[in-house]
Design a protein around this ligand. Structure first.
Ligand code: NAD
Length: 452
């Protein structure tokens, strides 16, 4: 039987980052993954990479449509969705191949197939058994399903990307990360998009000024919003699908060409036979871990979407490294979850980290907020993307920066300028002393702190 120091189940961000760390620490490590095509996990193959690659095409298209504002006449602009998807696939293939060969060069082994536990020290992949001193479960997540009639007629984000969408009317159920990104993407390519959200706001975790700014821009683009609404059933119609929707106590039947379900993801543990290893699973389906990512079984760790933490690739990276370090007996800083960046690649983008004003208020923390607007930022005026703002939230008692949020062009990048301030609890005064080049979008930080 093959024997390793560590076997990692899952080759996504948590798994491959853990493998890199363990290989660097001279551990004999193997990643178990369904197939070579799945290396990089949902992030590289289904989500972060292909979606953001298509978002980039959409951004270019939007910019080209406004080229005359920049003195450029570009003639007829045509978008070919097939070619857009092919361009995204090419980038995905490049990154997957590069990742695979880099991991192999670092000494990481791979085994392909569905892994499940036989005991706390042995797994099986098809008929092959493998033994390890330690395991890291990094099996990720899968789209959550709704219990409603006709749900099987809906698609998840991966299915929509894979099959393509040649119709016009798209209903997106869920106004979270995926819902907002796909709404922006398909609207930019000229589709009629409706977003149905159960809660009163899109991106409900963020403050209402942020969501209002996003929703205002969505409406300007012609994205239809059905908030505090629920989807009751989906059925086949003569052409496309019919969705029964309830909102404000009224029920209506509407036709769409496709329905995308984007109502969250759930940890993927069912195929792992965790019972044989004695690993505890929370009622949510997530694996319970401590600060070092260790499960209740001392030699088994878990990291990424499969544990109860934000389902984000960058969180998974950190958790993978934490697990790997703990296995090697190296102490790492406890993960500062509130400082995890929340970034949404919609048009406009949303970026946030740390506390929100509403969370501070519910926790009885007195805060003050400083805001600056892209419309007053020279670079934003130059690029013609002036919608939105940046706000910085600080504690009244000691002036420490507790959180920040941005909505607007490149907000997903700009928000990181506040990452050191939030994760290291800098004061407004310290942050105000940082200098930014002119003219840049980054200056919006110094503009927000101009009156310190
Ligand atoms: P999400 O949790 O971000 O959003 C789900 C949304 O669906 C919520 O707004 C929720 O209120 C709504 N909802 C739930 N049930 C509903 C119902 N029955 N009817 C209508 N609305 C309903 O989940 P997601 O958008 O599916 O994304 C899945 C995961 O992938 C997230 O955890 C996210 O962290 C991750 N992701 C991240 C990024 C990024 O970082 N840019 C992008 C895409 C996905």
């Amino acid at each position: 039987m093959d024997k390793y120091d560590v076997i990692i189940i899952g080759g996504g961000p948590a798994g491959y980052r853990a493998a890199e760390r363990l290989a660097a620490l001279k551990k004999k490590v193997c990643i178990a993954e369904f197939s070579e095509a799945r290396i990089g996990g949902a992030c590289l193959n289904e989500g972060c990479v292909p979606v953001k690659a298509m978002v980039e095409s959409a951004h270019l298209l939007m910019k080209m449509r406004r080229s005359s504002e920049f003195g450029i006449e570009s003639g007829e602009i045509k978008a070919d969705m097939g070619a857009v998807r092919a361009a995204a696939s090419k980038k995905m293939d490049f990154l997957r191949t590069a990742l695979y060969s880099s991991l192999k060069k670092q000494g990481v082994d791979f085994v392909f197939g569905a892994a499940s536990f036989v005991s706390a020290n042995v797994i099986k992949i098809d008929s092959r058994q493998m033994e390890a001193e330690y395991f890291i479960i990094a099996s990720g997540s899968e789209s959550r399903k709704l219990r409603l009639q006709g749900f099987e007629l809906t698609m998840n984000s991966f299915q929509l990307l894979e099959k393509g969408f040649s119709g016009n009317e798209l209903l997106i159920v869920g106004g979270g990360y995926i819902g907002c990104e796909f709404a922006s993407l398909y609207r930019a390519f000229g589709r009629d998009v409706t977003v149905l959200e159960a809660l009163p706001d899109l991106l409900a975790m963020e403050d209402s000024d942020v969501t209002r700014a996003l929703e205002r821009e969505f409406k300007k683009q012609g994205i239809k919003l059905l908030k505090a609404a629920s989807l009751k059933s989906v059925s086949s119609a003569e052409a496309g699908l019919s969705a029964r929707i309830e909102q404000n106590g009224r029920s209506s039947e509407e036709k769409f060409d496709a329905v995308l379900s984007a109502v969250g993801r759930r940890p993927r543990t069912e195929e792992l036979n965790l019972g044989s290893a004695g690993v505890n699973v929370l009622p949510s389906g997530a694996i319970a871990v401590d600060d070092s990512m260790r499960t209740n079984v001392p030699n088994i760790y878990a990291a990424g979407d499969v544990i109860d933490s934000p389902m984000l690739a960058h969180t998974a990276y950190r958790e993978g490294v934490t697990a790997a370090s703990a296995i090697a007996g190296i102490e790492t800083e406890k993960i500062n979850y509130p400082a995890v960046p929340r970034i949404v690649f919609s048009f406009p983008q949303v970026g946030a980290l740390g506390i929100t004003e509403k969370e501070a208020s519910s926790r009885g923390i007195e805060t003050e907020t400083r805001k600056s607007f892209f419309a007053a930022n020279a670079k934003a005026v130059i690029t013609g993307e002036t919608a939105g703002f940046l706000k910085i939230i600080s504690s009244v008692s000691d002036g420490r920066i507790l959180g920040a949020a941005a909505v607007g062009a490149h907000a997903c990048e700009i928000i990181h300028l506040l990452s050191p301030a939030v994760s290291r609890s800098m004061t407004l005064k310290q942050a105000a002393e940082v200098m930014y080049g002119h003219p840049t979008l980054s200056e919006i930080v110094s503009e927000a702190l101009a009156k310190i």
